[in-house]
Unconditional design. Structure first.
Length: 335
């Protein structure tokens, strides 16, 4: 009876030891067995695994792709612009043995390497590259992180820059630059349209100059378009042929005038000066005669001696107008 109890106790302890030595490895994990502190070369795959209780110790390593966000890093680009950049790293464990032995905590190590590599990329790149040429930056950043990670048994799948935060002053400058670029493109397009329109108008004018009937047809078409608007007033343009008629008439009269001027008798300079003085004197005399025409004498001036005085004053004014010397004061009739 006592022997049966002892055997039952021994069986119970063996069962407990067997239970404690059983490990379950999930599908997404790999097991590294350390026996007396020494890593076994065999990597335990997913399933039920038996360990020697008190001798073996298993460490499980996840082989799934890990998504690790990189905290926002502030730096200065190569063209001296202060920016804040954050990114995300996708990686997985390629060699569980190295990930468990070569590095103490491969997750923390990858995070630190990603931060320093991101800062280095910011300093080597320009602002335009961070905003537009991100594919090359992603490749360079993944290569920088993957170089030390290969020694830890970690493979970097990809690295993506999530956001680039710019200062407010830089945002305003970039918006003004974009507006100026759009304005330049609009002006170029308008100028190109004007050039094409001018070229087409020049071609049309050349065709109409060869066929004058086309100009008349175009005129009639314009009149029809204006009349279609139900307007009460119709504006008719001046025909171009009428202007050409006046031009030809002017060209024919110009040679005749030049011929008459060449056939006229030549007059010397003294004769021209004398004729000019005589004409001026006659015109001045006519004006003065009109100005000094005797008006009806008021009753107050009808006294004796007043009419003679008025005639003397008028004669003196006429003499001054034609360039004669005024008579002496003694010749004036006494008042």
């Amino acid at each position: 009876m006592d022997i049966n109890v002892v055997l039952a106790v021994i069986a119970f302890f063996l069962f407990v030891l067997a239970i404690t030595g059983v490990r379950v490895v999930n599908q997404v994990e790999r097991g590294i067995v350390f026996r007396f502190g020494r890593a076994q070369q065999e990597i335990r795959g997913p399933g039920l695994r038996f360990l020697i209780p008190g001798v073996d110790r298993m460490r499980k390593v996840n082989v799934q792709i890990v998504t690790m966000p990189i905290p926002t890093q502030e730096g200065i680009t190569r063209d001296n612009v202060s920016v804040r950049v954050d990114a995300v790293v996708y990686f997985k464990v390629a060699d569980p043995m190295r990930a468990a032995i070569e590095v103490q905590n491969y997750l923390f190590a990858i995070e630190q390497v990603a931060q320093t590599s991101l800062r280095s990329i910011i300093g080597k790149s320009e602002l335009d590259d961070l905003l537009t040429n991100r594919e090359e930056l992603h490749k360079g950043l993944a290569l920088m992180i993957d170089s030390p990670a290969l020694g830890w048994g970690v493979h970097i799948d990809r690295v993506e820059i999530k956001d680039v935060q710019l200062p407010e002053s830089m945002k305003r400058s970039m918006s003004r630059q974009a507006e100026a670029e759009r304005e330049r493109r609009a002006r170029v397009i308008v100028a190109d349209g004007e050039l094409q329109a001018a070229q087409k108008l020049a071609d049309a004018s050349g065709i109409m100059s060869e066929t004058p009937a086309a100009l008349q047809l175009r005129l009639l078409q314009t009149v029809v378009e204006v009349a279609a608007e139900k307007n009460s007033t119709l504006i008719m343009p001046l025909p171009v042929e009428l202007l050409r008629f006046f031009d030809r008439a002017t060209q024919t009269t110009a040679p005749q005038t030049a011929a008459s001027q060449t056939t006229a008798p030549q007059t010397t300079a003294p004769q021209l000066a004398a004729q000019s003085r005589a004409a001026a004197s006659s015109e001045v005399a006519a004006v003065d005669s009109e100005r000094v025409r005797p008006d009806p004498v008021p009753p107050a001036l009808a006294s004796p001696g007043v009419p003679e005085l008025l005639e003397a004053v008028a004669a003196e004014d006429q003499a001054v107008a034609v360039g004669e010397e005024p008579k002496a004061a003694a010749e004036k009739p006494a008042r």
